[in-house]
Write a protein that binds this ligand. Structure first.
Ligand code: C5P
Length: 227
């Protein structure tokens, strides 16, 4: 399931970041090619904004394994809409991987390793990397002061894909939404139910494109991957 209904405000571009050009294609085309290269991925549901003029122009939108649906106001709403489109296609116990449209540098080998590591896990889990920097928790004021230092030994950066069972993920996201609990990734909705998703070691080059600098870096990463 690929949420692709964001407007990418931090990119400050004329079009949403998933449609920006990147290494002879667009960001979202790279993302989808990577997912479709994973043999165990049967279908890819893409949630796009209402009246999105860019998506229908891409040939990949007609790919036989791709299903298109509408997105929502927040990322979690888009994921819920995507899961809704899987009704009838997915059984409650089937695994679903949610992957940001804005992470085109993910490697199919990482996804395969994640599926191998998690396929018999009771909850599921996420790709993530141990954080190299020392992280500071900031005061709410601007300019910010340091409130405290986070324990680096136990701090990881969450990435996608995030892999959970269809029924459990749907239930967790609906429950979070009902509670008004803000989720910025799927794992936090599962954590809110009291379960502990597994951290699967990913790669630091699976970056999420957020700013123009990220786009330049992704260009270099993709060029090195195709060598
Ligand atoms: O904004 P952020 O970088 O966290 O977005 C992560 C992913 O979620 C992007 O692929 C974006 O298109 C998607 N998204 C969405 N619906 C929203 C907001 C973000 O599908 N309302």
């Amino acid at each position: 399931m690929v949420p692709a209904a964001g407007i990418g405000s931090r990119m400050a571009a004329d079009i949403p970041k998933q449609y920006l050009p990147l290494h002879n294609a667009t960001v979202i085309e790279w993302t989808l090619r990577k997912l479709l290269a994973v043999q165990r991925v049967r279908k890819v549901v893409v949630a796009v904004a209402e009246h999105d003029p860019h998506w229908p122009q891409l040939a990949i939108s007609q790919h036989p394994q791709i299903v298109t649906t509408g997105g929502g106001a927040e990322r979690a709403d888009s994921v819920l809409a995507g899961l809704g489109a899987l009704q009838g296609l997915a059984q409650s116990n089937d695994w679903v991987l949610v992957h940001d449209a804005a992470r085109p540098c993910v490697q199919p080998a990482s996804i395969n390793r994640m599926i191998d590591e998690l396929h018999d896990h009771p909850v599921g889990g996420i790709l993530a990397v141990p954080v190299a920097d020392t992280l500071k928790y900031a005061s709410p004021r601007e300019p910010a002061d340091i409130d405290k230092t986070v324990d680096r030994k136990r701090t990881w950066a969450a990435q996608t894909p995030q892999m959970f069972r269809y029924g459990e993920l749907l239930n967790a996201l609906q429950n979070a939404s009902g509670d008004g609990f803000i989720v910025t990734d799927e794992a936090s909705a599962l954590e809110h139910l009291g379960v502990q998703p597994r951290l699967v070691v990913g790669r630091t080059d699976n970056l999420k494109i957020t700013t123009p600098d990220d786009l330049a870096l992704a260009q270099l990463i993709l060029a090195s991957q195709s060598n």
